[in-house]
Ligand binder design. Structure first.
Ligand code: ADP
Ligand code: MG
Length: 284
């Protein structure tokens, strides 16, 4: 539960998207994208699964408040979800659901509930505070976000230890990823963004896509977001989603599975390093 202190803070600055004042988790990885349909939900599920297979105690939080679909991709029928928390019926820890097949926990969202994406800032702040509290019980929390940079995305991204920004090599996806970084910079969170290139036709193409984005960031924003890795386009992904089974269970040896395992290693280490740096900065 959020402490009185945290609530008071958020009441004083309900919509403050400033990294320095914002409460931040030490083990939260947010998954974001400029444009929808780039594979965020698939990637979030597979990343959480890979982290769990690395022996980490992991929680997947469906933070796409308008178009939640972690449960759909996994074929789950959650009895409780975020709606119960937002309506004040249950605390966040009470809607955690064990996903035995993947060995990790899930907090499901509620799809098509427009009211969830239009939550008052104070409610959203309470949800974030509950998530940060709950994260203490885990090694890592992965947050699947909605596309774009609306208030919900900004808030969760700013409280994350790092944000993994997913882009494909389509020009529109790239320009939207750039816009995300630019707007994020204005909100004080861009230093913590790493890039994931999804659906890359080859490693070389993925690398090229990243370089294009990096160049724009360096030239116009003076930022150099690192590459967390790339996930190749793989027919096994569609197949696995159709079967509502996680990729690392159904096709653990395919290209995309190996790519995601590599990213999980990288992102976990990056997150731990970031948390250490944060702690050091706080000690002064
Ligand atoms: N690496 C990949 N290879 C092939 N298809 C992919 C890959 N990643 C995602 N997809 C396809 O993209 C679709 C959209 O993915 P989804 O996770 O729902 O995106 P988002 O959450 O960003 O809207 C999936 O149904 C899947 O078919
Ligand atoms: Mg999604």
């Amino acid at each position: 539960m959020a402490t009185d202190m945290q609530l008071a803070q958020n009441t004083l600055s309900p919509d403050l998207a400033n990294g320095s004042v914002f409460p931040r988790g030490k083990n939260i990885l947010a998954v974001a994208s400029g444009k929808g349909g780039v594979g965020k939900t698939f990637f979030s599920i597979s990343l959480t699964h890979a982290l769990s297979r690395m022996g980490k105690k992991a929680l997947l939080f469906d933070g796409d408040l308008g178009l939640a679909n972690v449960d759909v991709q996994l074929g789950l029928m959650p009895k409780r979800d975020l709606n119960d928390v937002i309506r004040g019926r249950l605390s966040l820890d009470k809607v955690v659901q064990r996903y035995e097949d993947g060995g990790f926990d899930i907090i499901a969202g509620r799809s098509g509930q427009a009211s969830l994406s239009a939550l008052p800032s104070q409610r959203l702040g309470m949800l974030r505070d509950q998530l940060i509290d709950l994260s203490d019980a885990y090694d890592v929390v992965v947050v699947d976000l909605g596309a774009g940079v609306d208030r919900t995305v900004r808030m969760f991204s700013a409280c994350a230890t790092r944000t993994l920004l997913v882009s494909t090599d389509e020009p529109t996806s790239l320009t939207d990823a750039y816009a995300f970084i630019k707007l994020g910079a204005a909100a004080g969170m861009s230093k913590n963004i790493s890039i994931v290139v999804n659906m890359a036709s080859s490693k070389a193409e993925g690398e090229k896509t990243y370089k294009t984005l990096l160049k724009a960031c360096e030239n116009f924003l003076r930022l150099s977001p690192p590459l967390a890795g790339m996930v190749r386009q793989d027919p096994k992904v569609k197949e696995t989603i159709r079967h509502q089974t996680p990729l690392l269970m159904r096709s653990p040896n395919c290209d995309a599975a190996g790519d995601i395992e590599k990213i999980a290693q990288f992102a976990y280490k990056e997150m731990v390093d970031e948390a250490k740096a944060l702690q050091k900065a706080m000690r002064g």
